[in-house]
Design a protein around this ligand. Structure first.
Ligand code: EPU
Length: 429
């Protein structure tokens, strides 16, 4: 069993590079299933457990995959087995991203139904409803979604609520459908834009990504292409908080600043200085630029945070900002509107001395003078990042177990922090 051991109190300094975005790389890899011919060469692929999982999923279907550090070459020409088995789907819900591409290209799919999840129920009813509107017949048998379709048909689909992977699944289904699909109330996350740009390079016709309505006109065939995954905005945001909580001064060499949405303004309101060190354009969310982060004032401000779909404050940064707020004088109120159970880190932060009260989907954080190191347990990916951030600022030693949560979404996190000066290591017991 591995653990991460952090001794708090070091101010971080120096430069760090964030990896490719997990939540872009996963749909991009799934989208390579749409290519009837040619090889897709993906660059800036992060080295993560979730990436290993989706590679295993595609390899099991018959895709030919070559992997080198940061790179993947995928040929899906020979895919024959349209199945996503329970053993893989249970370890990663994003496996559902293969459903749209399989139905679109092969007219059949057998994908394990994802079960419950630590952060909430996370149903996929909107993925299924949209695919049915496009003409697919979907049934659930023995825990599997069985999908069948002739050529999918373009449809006018309006999402009841904003869903990121739901939007991605239906984009991937619509690119090979007959006719035009409108996706209304679509998610606007930068990862959706990354996917649209990739699909266009494969030969798809898409417009409107990044807005509430995405319009897709189906084509007969898509081909593999070369593409570079955008930098990870959540990893970048996590390092920004690391600079703030440690009273450090760091440069993120490739922060996708325009993709960070509500994160930058909240951190600035708290009192961090976030200084672009290169030309920065709001219109280029996929671009990484060097950004310097440090405290602007010693008197950081408590404030309220409400998680929202992009461009609001991301739920994937909620645990990290909560950790920062535990050490800021005054009262902060955090509302989690996306997932119903994403406060598991609270109970571990309390064990480190944080003063947090949870009432349903709201957490009231009263700033304390200090946190004290303790053994803690990660409950999900972003919670694990929050706990390590707490360890950076805490007095004494924090030992975080269940490191596999961290490894799903942060590549070499402790090594990057160590290079910035943190006293941190991974141990195996
Ligand atoms: N929802 C439904 N029905 C659906 C789909 C979603 O009710 O058919 C609900 C969910 O239960 C949730 C809300 O809609 O309450 C939003 O969920 P969404 O579908 O947007 O989440 P997701 O696509 O499953 C992605 C990210 C998550 C991130 C969320 C929200 C990927 C692979 N995952 O999940 O990332 O938290 O969007 O931004 O892109 C993470 O990286 O740690 C992570 C959990």
């Amino acid at each position: 069993m591995e653990s991460i051991v952090v001794k708090g109190g070091r101010k971080l300094s120096g430069e760090v590079t964030v990896g490719g975005a997990k939540n872009s790389a996963l749909p991009l890899i799934a989208a390579t299933l749409l290519a009837e011919s040619g090889v897709s060469r993906l660059e800036n692929i992060p080295d993560l457990r979730d990436i290993n999982t989706i590679i295993r999923l595609l390899a099991g279907m018959g895709a030919a995959i070559t992997r080198a550090p940061g790179r993947l070459e995928i040929s899906s020409a020979e895919v024959t087995d349209c199945q996503a088995p329970y053993e893989l789907v249970k370890t990663m819900r994003a496996s559902i991203l293969v459903l749209g591409p399989l139905l679109a290209r092969f007219g059949k799919a057998r994908v394990s139904l994802p079960g419950g999840c630590a952060i909430g129920a996370r149903p996929i009813n909107l993925h299924i409803k949209g695919l049915e509107q496009m003409g697919a017949k979907i049934e659930v048998e023995h825990g599997y979604i069985i999908g069948r379709a002739g050529r999918l048909k373009g449809a006018d689909i309006s999402f009841d609520l904003t869903t990121v992977t739901g939007t991605e699944n239906l984009m991937m289904a619509a690119v090979l459908a007959e006719g035009t699909t409108h996706l209304r109330n679509a998610a606007r996350e930068p990862e959706i834009i990354d996917l649209a740009v990739f699909l266009r390079k494969m030969g798809a016709q898409i417009e409107g990504e990044g807005s509430h309505t995405i319009i897709i006109t189906g084509v007969d065939k898509l081909n593999g292409c070369d593409y570079q995954v955008m930098p990870d905005r959540i990893e970048a945001g996590t390092f920004m908080v690391a600079a703030g909580i440690s009273d450090g001064d760091i440069v993120i060499k490739n922060a996708p600043l325009a993709a960070l949405g509500g994160v930058v303004s909240k951190l600035q309101d708290i009192g961090l200085e976030i200084e672009p060190l290169a030309e920065f354009s709001e219109d280029k969310p996929l671009n990484g630029i060097p950004v310097r982060i440090r405290r602007q004032t010693s008197d950081l401000q408590a404030l309220d945070v409400k998680t929202m779909p992009y461009p609001g404050f991301p739920t994937d940064m909620q645990a990290q900002i909560m950790t920062l707020l535990t050490l800021i004088k005054g009262t902060s109120v955090i509302s989690e509107t996306i997932f119903e159970n994403r406060f598991m880190h609270v109970f571990e932060l309390q064990r480190m001395g944080a003063d947090i009260e949870v009432d349903g989907r709201t957490a009231i954080v009263r700033g304390v003078e200090k946190l004290s190191g303790a053994p803690v347990m990660a409950s999900d990916l972003r919670a694990s990042a929050g706990l390590i951030l707490a360890g950076l600022a805490a007095e004494g030693e924090t030992v975080m177990s269940r490191v596999y949560h961290l490894d799903r979404g942060y590549s070499g996190f402790e090594n990057k922090l160590k290079k910035l000066g943190a006293d941190i290591k991974r141990i195996t017991e």
